[in-house]
Design a protein around this ligand. Sequence first.
Ligand code: B12
Ligand code: SF4
Length: 468
Amino acid sequence: MRVLLINPNIVQPPVVPLGLLSLAAAIREQHHDVHFLDLCFTSSRAFEKRIRAAIHACHPDVIGIGIRNLDNGTGYTAFDYVALYDKTVSLCQEHSTAKVVLGGPGFSILPRRFIARYSHCIGVVGEGESSFVSLLGALEAGKDLSNVPGLIWSQEGEVHYTGRRETADLSSLPPPALDLIDVGSYVKRGGGLSLQTKRGCPFACIFCSYPLIEGHCIRLKRPQKVVSEFMRLRELGASYIHIVDSVFNWPESHAIAICQALRKAGLDDVGWDAYFTPASFGTNLARSLKDANCQGVIFGTDSGDPSMLRRYGKPFGQKEIKTATENCHRYCLDFAHHILLGGPGESRESVLNTLAFMKSLQSRVLLDVGLQVYDGTELGKIVGVSETDPSALVPPLYVSPSVSGWVDREITALSRKEPSFRTYVGGCSIDPYTNHRVVDAYKQGRTGPYWRILDTLEKVPLRPARVG
Ligand code: B12
Ligand code: SF4
């Protein structure tokens, strides 16, 4: 079949459309004719023209649209991408009779709402490779879709969902079809190239959308396969790589094996970063990360208060946070704890506990306020998700009434006094997508974690790290 895949993600600094490229590789392997329209560097004026031109040039049987971001993810500098998707979907329907298929992380968080809004589209929930290949087969053969796992669609007002499908052996998937995009433009504009070493997160933190996207079951890529993808990115000009796993160090042994394999393959000249949990961050891991040139450890710590850690469902306590931090210091790793204040049950006391605990650790702390509420999460059940508009695609933000307003002022004041505390809130937001200094630095080709870029711009002295 002739398939046109569209990446409508125009957010800058750019990120490579890794999911769509994985999908492209999988369907190309099945000998479908794949065309790719990357709108990442397209101005809003040319957006419509390029979609029309691509459709008229290839006359697709199926159009796949990647839905990555719903909004900018914090609720503070609120803006969303719904109008962009409305436009993309309606242009495809206006200029083509092709089946329009939606998928991607944003889609998988709210599949029923997307299908309520775009009722003529078919959706793929969760990972896409096998479901999309089977969907193309079924459409080609004119077969019933109810036997294809991973799909959702609406028929005569009734929603049909065939359940998730997950690839057991990630190493069996072909590498992302990077030849379909202009990788050089991403590298030039600071767009990190990326790779995935696993899918799934076994934890159930009450607010988190990641298990909705990737499932709870962990599936690992073999370290040698990771090495060959890493090598390919280096050949394509990557000087810095982001590992997109929900949690890189779970299981810890897999993370260590990857670090050792990268080092052995001589790939320690390329810097990289990833998301980590403090739940399992031993000395062996810290040493291996340093040896493999990991330049950014981002902990999804979320709170430093024991009762809030429990309420959030975090799989660790203060003891593990302390150990992870000490191990980072010991091996001079550049790291930050990401904190989410204002969840259900947050009080002034628990906020102050978190801030005092984080201060005692001498770490870099990135403070955010409020939790986005997604339908399928525990938080959605606790605080309730509004059903007034079932096709609304922008998740509401929850902030505990006991700290609302006060907490913003508190952390803004703190970040002015303490350079190692940074906040996403208000005028001093460090959000790399709205802080123009960071956006400009990436545009000029800077790489690496945005907090380091800010530290360098502001000449914040690096804390002397202990070694030994
Ligand atoms: C890694 C990551 C980042 C990294 C990216 C680094 C890089 N170089 O790539 C960084 C930190 C830079 C980042 C930034 C942002 N991110 Co982010 N990010 C992620 C994360 C953890 C993984 C995304 C990924 O690459 N996955 C790996 C690929 C292989 O999987 P995939 O994209 O899901 O694709 C599969 C399926 O979805 C499906 N699929 C994908 N496309 C399509 C299309 C079709 C047609 C079909 C059928 C199927 C399909 O098949 C694919 C293969 O199986 C997700 C959360 C998550 N666990 O998914 C959030 C996530 C996507 N990010 C999110 C957001 C909001 C952002 C930012 C806007 C936040 C901000 N203000 O900083 C920016 C936007 C950046 C941009 N330019 O677009 C949100 C989006 C939802 C929302 N609330 O809007 C997510 C879901 C996290 C969350 N809060 O819940 N992000
Ligand atoms: S917050 Fe992190 S550990 Fe918790 S469920 Fe989400 S990805 Fe997993």
